[in-house]
Design a protein around this ligand. Structure first.
Ligand code: PMP
Length: 397
């Protein structure tokens, strides 16, 4: 990994990750000498680009346990501009392609806005009908609730693999099994999970899966949607029309350097996944342990079913944005969206039943590939000091 400087300390890997230097080096030639259009089959420039895209398709497929294809590249991987687009394609595309069955979609309250807003659009503008399931206090949606919500006109269930604010891992296998039993397509937004926890789509009953390179040390602006071709074949209508690229699923000249970066990022994650999960979990646990010393700290999210690299903490009596403002060279994310006029607590924490005031007193810390123990100790020390400062009444002079 590149020398990411020890200061400032970057603890916001859920928001985005630095591009790994090996990813950057793999991309470089595709900006400069090998700049061809992957669809230009009449010359070597185009062939070189197409070959690089083929390789990347198989690298992504390997990370997900999907069939690779040495001739065409894995045919179930559709490259997109990121997870927002992949979610839009999966949800709008599945509803459109399966309209003869119905327009009912099941999702849940802590999804990313890329899912919730897409579902709301379908309901408001496209005659869709959306059931948004509640979660428990850990942010879990139960497979039994999903099964009970499925109706004869349900065309899609969309439940994220892992939540981007708390790290809570959803019971994907159980939900997928419930969908299979009822013949309903299952989409999962796995943006925070890909490259961080094992995903094996040869066994996991997921039909559509969204991912984004910039969450796992690849570049921004590139991602993919996995579209299952067999048992069942997931039917999805394209949402971007043009030259019929990506087997008609997504037209537009391919972002070859980005796709190469995505492929290399996937390969690097696959190689180190288990060790890196254990290492980051150790750093995350150390952060939690040290910060607990500040007192009045509670962890939001599932105690065990959670991503290894993130924690979401509430600090009783201290607004998240005031705390992050005092941290100086430690970059973390306030767990709530605040505007100057109002303090709006995160929809995720509110759905989990966290008191709105406490929800606005939360902070998300997420470690990554370049995070060191020394950085964690430093960041924890700064956080505890900031909390103490904010809690102590100013001295009367
Ligand atoms: N889904 C989840 C769970 C995410 O965390 C994000 C990124 N914050 C997205 C979707 C959107 O991804 P992208 O930035 O690739 O559009």
């Amino acid at each position: 990994m590149t020398a990411v400087p020890t200061r400032p300390v970057y603890l916001d890997h859920c928001a985005t990750t630095p591009v790994d230097e090996r990813v950057f080096e793999a991309m470089r030639p595709y900006f400069l000498e090998a700049f061809g259009n992957a669809a230009s089959t009449s010359h070597g420039f185009g062939h070189a680009a197409a070959a690089a895209v083929l390789r990347a398709r198989n690298q992504v497929a390997s990370l997900l346990g999907v069939d690779v294809d040495d001739r065409t590249g894995a045919r179930e991987i559709v490259f997109t501009s990121g997870a927002t687009e992949a979610n839009n394609l999966a949800i709008k595309g599945a509803v459109e392609a399966n309209a003869e069955k119905g327009r009912h979609v099941v999702t849940q309250a802590t999804e990313h806005k890329a899912t919730l807003d897409t579902c709301a659009y379908l309901a408001e503008r496209r005659g869709g009908d959306v059931t948004v399931l509640p979660v428990d206090r850990y942010g879990w949606v139960s497979a039994a609730d999903v099964a009970a919500a499925i109706r004869p006109d349900t065309v899609l269930v969309s439940i994220m693999w892992a939540n981007n604010e708390t790290g809570t891992l959803m019971p994907i296998r159980e939900i997928g099994a419930a969908c299979r039993a009822r013949g309903v397509l299952f989409h999962s937004d796995a943006t925070q999970a890909v490259g961080k926890v094992p995903i094996d789509l040869s066994a996991d009953p997921v039909d559509l899966l969204s991912l984004s390179a910039h969450k796992f040390y690849g570049p921004k602006g590139v991602g993919a949607l996995f579209v299952r071709r067999r048992d069942p074949r997931a039917r999805v209508a394209p949402q971007m029309h043009g030259g019929g690229h990506e087997r008609g699923f997504r037209s537009g000249t391919l972002n070859v350097p980005g796709i190469v970066g995505l492929g290399m990022a996937a390969e690097l994650c696959a190689a180190g996944l288990r060790d890196e999960a254990a290492r980051t979990a150790g750093l995350r646990d150390r952060l939690e342990q040290r910060i607990a010393a500040a007192g009045g700290v509670s962890v939001n999210g599932h105690p065990t079913a959670r991503l290894p690299f993130v924690t979401n903490l509430s600090f009783a009596g201290i607004r998240g944005d005031r705390l992050t403002g005092l941290l100086g060279d430690v970059a973390v994310s306030a767990g709530s969206a605040c505007t100057s006029a109002s303090l709006e607590a995160s929809h995720v924490l509110r759905a989990m039943g966290v008191d709105p005031q406490l929800a606005a007193q939360s902070v998300r810390l997420s470690v990554g590939r370049s995070t060191t123990l020394e950085q964690v100790e430093y960041a924890a020390g700064r956080l505890v000091r900031a909390v103490t400062e904010l809690r102590e009444p100013p001295a009367d002079i």
